[in-house]
Design a protein around this ligand. Structure first.
Ligand code: FAD
Length: 355
């Protein structure tokens, strides 16, 4: 590493860190991204699905159109830069679990914002169990997240903008308005450490409410890979006859390891989605950086100068990161005010010396 001062040191190379790196790179900023290369991070195991409709209540995501537009434009840029295809458009065929869900859906069809994202009468895949009917989500899909992450990390590494290392906050010094780490100088630091924010001495007071998730990889010959199938859990095509199934939402957990119970629950749920035989070939677990109010956390440390956070992407990192990283970059580079929904300022009373 050379000793020239860089504009930013980004800590964490998951979806958050890589997206903010992309925005800073486009703006011509000089940065170094440090990542410890763990095997099963939230970003690496995510299905990478983007879906503008959320949860049992079928609510439309905050700023859904802006999020989707930004996702598409950013991945068009990545696909050009890295000469690979990452974003796969695939409508979701979502079967209702009971008659109430079907009725709730029907009553929401009057809402214009909801209607634009759904087709109430899709031609349903024969493998999908749809005793109570099915609707189609339009504009959804998934990103080959692991491929994109490793390709972009390699690209940045080649540019000497990516460094594989454990970042220890105790090795960091701040003096004369600049940061000093491993014989290098930086004007600013952006923390993108996902759930490991709890080991960050500057930001560990923020109210994260972490959520463990487990997924299965199953082999299921005969399924049509064109659609994402969903009924409680989703099945997203990966390669050949292999699908990712997920995910569990575990708010009380001891560690990030896979469990037998998690596996059995997911297997039972798959049996309620499809009527085809399948074989489990792998099981993976990770921890989502979810926050108390389920919104991301962006912005500057309340006291320490030149220190920022971009985290809390929660259950929807892929949908949110492109738009929010553009928003964060605009805040960093042009002091654009942050949306109050994601501004770290909303939690300032949690800061130990805050008021
Ligand atoms: C089972 C599961 C399924 C999911 N499915 C989807 C989905 O389909 N669609 C979707 O949009 N979202 C999904 N998510 C959520 C999504 O994965 C997260 O929102 C997103 O990955 C968060 O990204 P991140 O970069 O903030 O965190 P992380 O992915 O945790 O990345 C943080 C990175 O920082 C590194 N790091 C942390 N501290 C340090 C340090 N001190 N030094 C060096 N490196 C450090 C870590 O090693 C890691 O690489 C899913 C999550 C799970 C668990």
């Amino acid at each position: 590493m050379n000793a020239k001062k860089k504009d930013y040191l980004i800590i964490g190379g998951g979806i958050a860190g890589l997206m903010i790196a992309h925005q800073l790179r486009k703006a011509g900023k000089d940065f170094l991204l440090v990542d410890r290369q763990e095997k099963n991070t939230s970003s690496k195991i995510a299905a990478g699905m983007f879906n503008p409709i959320s949860g049992k209540r079928m609510s439309v995501n905050w700023k859904a159109n802006e999020l989707l537009n930004s996702l598409h434009s950013n991945f068009t840029e990545f696909e050009t830069l890295l000469e690979a295809k990452y974003l796969i458009q695939a409508n979701i065929h979502q079967a209702f679990g009971n008659i109430k869900e079907s009725n709730d859906f029907a009553s929401r069809l009057d809402v214009e914002q909801f209607k634009q994202f759904v087709n109430p009468e899709p031609k349903v895949e024969s493998a999908l169990i749809d005793d109570f009917g099915t609707f189609e989500v339009i504009g959804s899909g998934w990103v080959k997240t692991s491929d994109w992450m490793s390709d972009f990390q390699n690209y940045l590494e080649h540019d000497q903008a990516f460094f594989k290392a454990e970042f220890e906050w105790t090795d960091l010094l701040y003096s004369n308005n600049e940061w000093h780490w491993q014989e290098q100088f930086f004007s600013n630091i952006i923390s993108c450490e996902g759930y490991q924010n709890n080991s960050n001495p500057y930001f560990n007071w923020l109210p994260f409410k972490l959520c463990k998730g487990q997924v299965l990889l199953i082999k299921c010959p005969g399924l049509n890979p064109k659609y994402i199938l969903k009924r409680g859990v989703y099945l997203v095509h990966q390669y050949e006859d292999v699908y990712k199934v997920g995910a569990s939402y575990e708010w009380d957990f001891e560690d990030a390891r896979v469990t037998t119970e998690g596996k059995e629950n997911l297997i039972e749920k798959v049996k309620h989605v499809i009527n085809l035989p399948f074989e489990v070939i792998d099981q993976i677990a990770g921890i989502r950086p979810t926050t108390r109010d389920r919104a991301a956390i962006l912005g500057a440390h309340p006291i320490q100068k030149n220190l920022f956070i971009f985290n809390g992407l929660g259950t929807k990192g892929m949908l949110q990161a492109p738009f929010l990283s553009e928003h964060m970059a605009s805040h960093l580079l042009h002091q654009t005010p942050l949306f109050k929904e994601v501004d770290i300022d909303r939690f300032k009373s949690f800061y130990p010396n805050g008021q």
